[in-house]
Write a protein that binds this ligand. Structure first.
Ligand code: NAD
Length: 302
């Protein structure tokens, strides 16, 4: 018999992920507050239900893909008025939260789950909407080893690289470290390219030189931020699509919050957060919905 999954949060990411679970042979009970999202899920073969509580009845797995930590906590633990999912999930089911939230939020849900004899892993993703639709996401999982092995049954239907980072909360910690580094090397790459252009260099030639030199990094290799240097990336499409400045700012905010909790020094991450925030509000236009490589425009003199 097909394994049954409850999927809550069918937005830009969750919609594609739930569709891939259906393709992978799972029976998917789907719920979202948005009717547009549930209509699409129905078309993709999900069994749309009227509430999150209804979705978790008799399931083997629960997957959530929600906007932020306070929503994740209220969906699972309740908000005083509405009961949380932890009161309704069968205790044989494994819970996977794939949203990007603070490690502290993930641990709070993990503790509340274990108090009700439920098993929880955090499994945030790397890869955007296209990877969610294609089923090629990377998952960074925090949870017990046995739970990780079981989680792989559903995660392999939605992604191609699945890592265990440690215990509950560790997936979120890995995700914010990675994205903080991404912000730093993207900003550094844009800065170096603009310095080259201002000193008379062709950015394509400079990119080629740095790719074979010690400045080589992922942003330069896969996601060049200077328009016209690389085809098929957001910089060559007016910075449309891709990974939005607003989402990078959310992740950098989580990195700053984690650094306060652990009393870590993160001067590069803090500078990157400020740079992306200044960029978002520069030239009197909100650039939050542009791809994050548009940080190149912050350095441009034109
Ligand atoms: P989104 O806003 O498109 O989707 C979130 C969905 O959750 C919406 O459809 C919303 O209606 C639903 N929702 C909100 N509260 C709910 C509730 N109480 N019950 C049921 N449904 C509810 O966001 P997204 O882009 O899909 O991102 C989801 C998560 O994935 C976020 O945590 C984000 O940081 C993370 N993420 C996004 C990307 C990306 O490129 N979009 C990449 C990696 C990680």
């Amino acid at each position: 018999m097909a394994k049954r999954v409850a999927f809550v949060g069918l937005g830009n990411m969750g919609g594609g992920m739930a569709a891939n679970l259906v393709k992978g042979g799972f029976e998917v009970n789907a719920f979202d507050l948005s009717e547009t999202a549930t209509a699409q899920a129905k078309e993709n073969g999900c069994n749309v239900v009227s509430s999150a509580i209804a979705a978790v009845a008799e399931v083997d797995f629960v997957v959530t893909m929600l906007p932020n930590g306070s929503i994740v906590e209220s969906v699972y633990i309740g908000d005083g008025k509405t009961p949380g999912l932890l009161d309704a999930i069968p205790n044989t089911a494994l819970i996977l939260d794939c949203s990007t939230i603070a490690p502290t939020n993930a641990r709070a849900v993990g503790v509340a789950a274990s108090e009700k004899s439920l098993r929880f892993v955090d499994a945030p993703v790397s890869g955007g909407v296209a990877a969610a639709a294609a089923g090629t996401l990377a998952f960074m999982v925090g949870g017990a080893e046995d739970d990780f092995e079981e989680a792989k049954l559903v995660l392999t239907a939605m992604g191609s690289n699945i890592f265990r980072a440690g215990d509950v909360g560790a997936g979120q910690a890995a995700k914010i470290c990675n994205n903080m580094l991404l912000a730093v090397h993207m900003a550094g790459t844009a800065e170096a390219l603009q310095l080259g252009v201002d000193n008379g260099l062709d950015p394509a030639v400079l990119s080629e030189i740095m790719l074979k030199s010690s400045g080589c990094n992922w942003s330069l290799e896969k996601y060049n931020p200077m328009p016209g240097v690389m085809e098929g990336v957001p910089s060559s499409n007016n910075y449309e699509g891709g990974f939005l400045v607003n989402l990078m700012l959310k992740d950098l905010g989580l990195a700053m919050e984690a650094s306060l909790n652990s009393q870590s020094s993160v001067p590069m991450g803090a500078a990157a957060r400020n740079l992306f925030n200044l960029h978002k509000h520069s030239s009197g236009e909100d650039k939050g919905d542009k791809d994050f490589s548009s940080i190149q425009q912050f350095y441009s003199k034109t």
